[in-house]
Design a protein around this ligand. Sequence first.
Ligand SMILES: Cc1cc2nc3c(=O)[nH]c(=O)nc-3n(C[C@H](O)[C@H](O)[C@H](O)COP(=O)(O)O)c2cc1C
Length: 171
Amino acid sequence: MEKRAEAEPQQEQAEKKNVIPLLTPYKMGSFNLSHRIVMGPLTRQRSYDNVPKPHAILYYSQRSTKGGFLISEATGVSDTAQGFTHTPGIWTKEQVEAWKPIVDAVHAKGGIFFCQIWHVGRVSNQDFQPNGQAPISSTDKLLTPQYRANGIDLDQFTPPSSSAPLKFLKL
Ligand SMILES: Cc1cc2nc3c(=O)[nH]c(=O)nc-3n(C[C@H](O)[C@H](O)[C@H](O)COP(=O)(O)O)c2cc1C
């Protein structure tokens, strides 16, 4: 009986069908990813006082793989950046130091970790702002109140200011 042809490697088969398997390498600029499954940015609101907490070491390292790409939860760039409680920041020395063991844990597993930086602009209110000032935005136009995804909590906003200077972290 004729011997069956060796099975084609998965990648070759997939290329013929114009399908890219998730578990194949990808070159992302200067980063060599070993697969295409990415952890997207997910706000957790567990960084009390805007400082990342040690539990995030386990959280991010559990989700790290060799050559895998992770994006951090949205991380504030200044004391005016906040619009949600307990989101992490990266504008003080304390916050930067708190991130270090988290980043080290991801790197120890071979993960590639980007920090997603944000400033929420007018999606904020004066309770989140230093000295109760108006949120800083590119516009003075007030947002109408919006229900959160749970359909219960109603976010209220404060009229923003487009003339206040925006100070960012210095890296
Ligand atoms: C709980 C939760 C938190 C999220 N936090 C962020 C965030 O910090 N930054 C961001 O850009 N997207 C955030 N997202 C959006 C997700 O990264 C993702 O884009 C969204 O869930 C849509 O996923 P999909 O495109 O796979 O459907 C969040 C989503 C959820 C459900």
